[in-house]
Design a protein around this ligand. Structure first.
Ligand SMILES: [Zn+2]
Length: 274
């Protein structure tokens, strides 16, 4: 009898540890979708890497990333405004060296195709407050906005960017969104005063750093180009080094938001990374 009880005891311990293991796997991110949040042509890429490839244009993309965690949905960046989808010629920039954006699909239609309503989004985290990243924040008036305080309070040349009634968490440095290390905002100032990047740890894909605009395309990363429009050159370089150190420490991939060549090698929604 004692032996049987011991057996049951061992079985109970086994079952409990299996339950703990499954609870642990449920605590992390389980899906990451890449959404098309704009396509464009940069007029002169030396704007991003001064002195290099002067006068050359380059195709750009603009991504949004939809992340599912058992605690809810997080949208990383919102792209250019969905209104551009109805402009046949897209939106030409005031400065011809900047980016002429088109929007082949709206953000809302891509969420809809995944069965996700704007009201399902719990968090909208933005890398920074340039128009190609915050164009659709207003579609998620109930979502908690995760933005660096320095960005929120920046008197940007683009004027008012956030509705004062939008719920917001103003961050001062790194932030572990779900409390389990699976999604961490990383302060990477320099492009703008409160720029941030996103470290995501996926169970199968592994660790990723989503750049925001800490870097714009691969050669700009390789040559440590600091765009002429950045608010702080030293901080930009320090943030690039911080990302390089993080990639090494976490054995992470760097996904560069505007890099079309890289994005063309990745799978877009409805496919996803897990
Ligand atoms: Zn951008």
């Amino acid at each position: 009898m004692k032996k049987i009880r011991t057996c049951f005891g061992a079985l109970a311990v086994l079952l409990m540890s299996a339950a703990v293991a499954s609870a642990q796997t449920k605590s992390g991110v389980d899906k990451l979708y890449i959404l098309n949040c704009g396509e464009g042509v940069a007029g002169d890429i030396s704007r991003w890497s001064p002195g290099i490839n002067v006068g050359q244009s380059m195709d750009f993309v603009d991504n949004c990333y939809l992340i599912h965690h058992p605690q809810g949905w997080l949208l990383w960046d919102t792209g250019i405004t969905d209104a551009i989808a109805s402009m046949p010629e897209g939106q030409a920039p005031a400065d011809p060296k900047a980016t002429h954006w088109r929007r082949p699909k709206t953000l809302v239609s891509q969420l809809d195709a995944l069965g996700v309503k704007p009201t399902d989004i719990n968090y909208v985290a933005i890398s920074h407050s340039h128009p190609d990243h915050i164009g659709n924040v207003g579609l998620f008036p109930q979502a908690m906005l995760l933005v660096q305080k320095a960005e929120y309070e920046w008197p940007s040349p683009f004027g008012a960017r956030f509705k004062p009634e939008h719920p917001v968490t103003k961050l001062e440095g790194d932030h572990d969104v779900f409390g389990d290390g699976s999604v961490t905002l990383i302060a990477t100032p320099g492009h703008t005063p409160g720029h941030q990047s996103l470290l995501v740890k996926l169970p199968n894909t592994g660790a990723l750093v989503l750049s925001g605009d800490a870097v714009h395309f691969k050669s700009n990363w390789d040559n440590r180009g600091v765009p002429s429009m950045n608010t702080d050159k030293e901080k930009t370089l320090a943030s690039m080094q911080r990302i390089a150190d993080l990639l090494a420490k976490e054995n992470a991939q760097l996904w560069i938001n505007h890099d079309k060549v890289q994005r063309d090698s990745l799978k877009m929604a409805p496919s996803f990374y897990d």
